[in-house]
Design a protein around this ligand. Sequence first.
Ligand SMILES: [Zn+2]
Length: 293
Amino acid sequence: MQNLTNCPVCNSTAFIPFMKCKDNTVSRETFQIVKCNSCGFKFTNPRPEPSELGRYYKSEEYVSHSNTKKGFINSTYQSVRKYTLLKKLQLISKYYKTGRILDIGCGTGEFLNTCKSAKWETIGIEPDDDARNMAIKNYGLDVRGEAELKNLHDESFHIITMWHVLEHVPNLNERIEELRRLIKPTGIIIIAVPNCNSLDAKIYKENWAAYDVPRHLYHFTPADMETLFRKHGLKVFSILPMIFDSFYVSMLSEKIKTGKTNIIRSTWNGLRSNLSALKSGRTSSSQIYLIRK
Ligand SMILES: [Zn+2]
């Protein structure tokens, strides 16, 4: 196990235990989330060594890396994904009609393939060999291993995206420095991460599926994201809600909590979470952060 001695956001050395969570998808092991005494940032600590993390991703149930259609939750996930792919393309098209895009943690390549069909020049980075090979085989995409990131040219991308990826990256600050190096002076970095300030996180507590320890190493709030990127000379200039995530995460959380799928209760909690985010802002289950230099 790797024990962080400094807060990845503010570098403070004082943390307090925040919550114990179980890995509900792969190992069933319990992990500690700590909270920084100075800035309040929450992170999984201790955490598996980077070389050990791979085995915590090996599960049929971990749908982000596969295309299984078994069960109601997974089939809903797949249908919603089709719709959200188009919404993501619309989002980047607001800033650039076309250009060079880098998707870090591109998985099996569905988003990049959507961009490629819209005439974008695409490059993907994906550490998982199986997912990377599927992206190459299914869509003919240019997808490379994580070590290739450092070989990409400075300021060569109009858009860089990380969809639910930053919370998985062991070397958080180095990765953000890399984003700053790679993005064009007028480019946009788009990062989606879960929000542990959401109502669904408060309802489900240690059963909230988006804590997803130990795969999720960090548990961001909007304020954490702003502080973290400011430290690297980058600015969060807009935050957008991801309204489907509250339903999806509530469905998974309900199952973790009770052992059963409860569509009515999870839909209700997903709806409550979205309504509360509408009222107070910045509290959606997952949010998209738009960032520039
Ligand atoms: Zn801190």
